[in-house]
Design a protein around this ligand. Structure first.
Ligand code: KIV
Length: 259
């Protein structure tokens, strides 16, 4: 078992070996991923991947807490990031109450929330009250309905302004989602905290992917930035089909599987 990394280790990874983050929503996957990654994100993407909804917006604090507890049980020695669901951080007071709930009820080490400079004061308030905050700028999945779709971020100067405002507010790292590689590079060069990209090219300080995406389990669509490291859906279908066949033709169980 490895030792859990710290905020300082994450900060000092800037410009060095890229940080690896992956999402997990349950103990089984968290335990499998944990030895190979620096951080596990309990992303609100669980609302789509786990709960089958069309976007992340209806994820609740209760739901996120439940899944984070499961991830904690599977990966006690991992640095775990709790993704604040839509509507859980609209005011400083609400954000701090919910962040405190995360710390009191789960083993999460940090929270992540979406938004740029408009969230800087709220993030500063959380940080001053002892909460470790990871920012999330660029394409913001929680804005999908408000913006009428998933919009790639193209305004380099606005992104740099966002990253700088979040750094000044006290975040220890920032997820940068959905932008061109050269823009991501400029954003990364503009701050001292690590930039963790998703769909933002390789000129950043780390990468995050949704676990079920990289395992090829999610078949509905494949965003351009996703690489399948396993043909998971196909392998699972073959396995379950084989099990079905063996039950039906009575070749399973054999003596080896019987008491
Ligand atoms: O919820 C999530 O999985 C995320 C990642 C896409 C960064 O926020």
């Amino acid at each position: 078992m490895g030792k859990k990394i710290t905020i300082d280790t994450i900060k000092s990874a800037k410009g060095r070996t890229p940080l690896v983050m992956v999402t997990a929503y349950d103990a089984l996957f968290a335990k499998l991923f944990s030895p190979y990654v620096d951080m596990i994100l309990v992303g609100d993407s669980l609302n789509m991947i786990f709960a089958g909804k069309s976007d992340t917006l209806s994820a609740t604090m209760d739901q996120m807490i439940y899944h984070t507890k499961a991830v904690c049980a599977g990966a006690r020695e991992s640095f775990i990031v709790f993704d604040m669901p839509y509507g859980s951080y609209t005011t400083k007071k609400e954000a701090l109450q919910n962040a405190m709930r995360v710390y009191k009820e789960t083993c999460a080490d940090a929270i992540k929330l979406e938004g740029g400079k408009e969230k800087a004061k709220l993030i500063e308030h959380l940080c001053k009250n002892g909460v470790a905050v990871m920012g999330h700028i660029g394409l913001l999945p929680q804005h999908v309905r408000g913006e009428g779709g998933y919009k790639i971020a193209t305004d380099k100067d606005a992104l740099i302004e966002d990253a700088k405002a979040l750094e000044e507010a006290g975040v220890f790292a920032i997820v940068l989602e959905g932008t061109k590689s050269e823009i991501a590079k400029a954003v990364s060069q503009s701050v001292h905290v690590p930039i963790i990209g998703i769909g933002a090219g390789k000129e950043v300080d780390g990468q995050v992917l949704v676990g079920s995406d990289l395992l090829g389990l999610f078949e509905d669509f494949k965003p351009k930035f996703v690489k399948h490291y396993l043909n998971g859906a196909q392998l699972m279908k073959e396995a379950i089909a084989q099990y079905s066949k063996e039950v039906r033709d009575k070749t399973f169980p054999t003596k080896d599987h019987s008491y």
